[in-house]
Design a protein around this ligand. Sequence first.
Ligand SMILES: [Zn+2]
Length: 117
Amino acid sequence: MADDSEFATETPEAEIRDTDIVFDCPHCGKNLVIDYRGAGLTINCSDCGTPVLVPIPDGMDIKDLDLDPGEILKQLFATRKNYQKVEVQLQQLKSRLSQMQEALAAMQDVVAEGLSI
Ligand SMILES: [Zn+2]
């Protein structure tokens, strides 16, 4: 029988299947579960929202995936490249942020001086 009642009776807790990848968010430690097809991709942590790279399980055969191996590798490399780019961008944003915080502090000093005159 293939009607929707099957889904309706499911518990809100996502069921962990054998094919799911279970790992901890490296940022907040939240236990994450993702379909095996997400291996090597970047997802956003459901708890802290940080993009995390889904680990590829040991012994996982690339043939197990629905996509062809060339496509998988392309995605994997693209994901890794993006990840590195994001890391660089993050560092740039961090230094920009501290520059802006310094500028803001300087402006607040000026404003405080202006108000005291
Ligand atoms: Zn997290």
